[in-house]
Design a protein around this ligand. Structure first.
Ligand code: 6PG
Length: 222
């Protein structure tokens, strides 16, 4: 784990989006990214959108959510909807393609196998990077405390938010770990302490810390 500390989120956003753009520009054959939802990363997505809209290169980019709420894209709770709103400029420029974690099934439980097939077909290689957030309970993606981190050998699994009971689809831990880079974006002293005590408290993020095959770059600001 390597910390990158910033005075504020604007500085963090600039550093991470530039690093992200660099990965895109140095992978002409195509890059793929798994992206967190929630309230933290939106400014990073908006800044990357600006940067992407200002470059000529059309290196293929595939995006997938690390997890999605089982709601329509129009719903403000939708992570895929968040990506479409934040990355609208580059979407218009057809700079990226989204691989959805959703389908028309009534529940994520029903959809899991079909989505896993889709993920394996459309995203067979290691991600170029996974951008994760973390909850105050130490969850990453929708891998919540005390809940499974994978279902059989599928690339995704259904989950339920422990407080809101909201249905979710999450990439499995093994699929999240099949990546060349991990960017963990957290803010505030509380989350930093949760991360630093994650292994002794056996929180979901601890699995990432224990099993990651690459450095975990932690982007942090107060
Ligand atoms: C989601 C995320 C989730 C998020 C954490 C942190 O869909 O909610 O993917 O894992 O990263 O819950 O959320 P905040 O950034 O809102 O604190």
């Amino acid at each position: 784990m390597k910390y990158h500390n910033f005075d504020n989120f604007t500085a963090l956003t600039e550093a991470l989006s530039q690093q992200w753009l660099d990965v895109i520009q140095t992978t002409p054959d195509g890059s793929s990214f798994a992206l967190a939802g929630g309230s933290t990363p939106a400014p990073v997505y908006q800044r990357l959108d600006q940067l992407l809209s200002n470059i000529d290169a059309h290196n293929p980019i595939k995006l997938v959510a690390t997890d999605e709420r089982w709601v329509p894209d129009q719903d403000t709770q939708s992570n895929e909807g968040l990506f479409r709103r934040c990355l609208s400029g580059s979407a218009a420029g057809k700079r990226w393609q989204l691989v959805s974690l959703k389908n028309a099934s009534s529940t994520p439980e029903v959809a899991t196998e079909a989505i896993s097939v889709r993920l394996n077909e459309q995203l067979p290689q290691a991600f170029s990077a996974v951008l994760l957030g973390m909850g105050a309970d130490g969850h990453i993606a929708s891998l919540f405390p005390g809940a499974p981190t994978q279902h059989d050998d599928l690339a995704c699994l259904a989950a339920v938010h422990p407080q809101t009971r909201q249905s979710r689809m999450s990439l499995s831990l093994p699929r999240l770990l099949n990546t060349k880079r991990i960017w963990l974006v957290i803010t505030g002293a509380e989350k930093r302490q949760v991360l630093e005590q994650a292994i002794e408290n056996n929180l979901p993020v601890a699995s990432l810390l224990r099993e990651a095959g690459c450095t975990i770059d932690v982007f942090w600001c107060p």
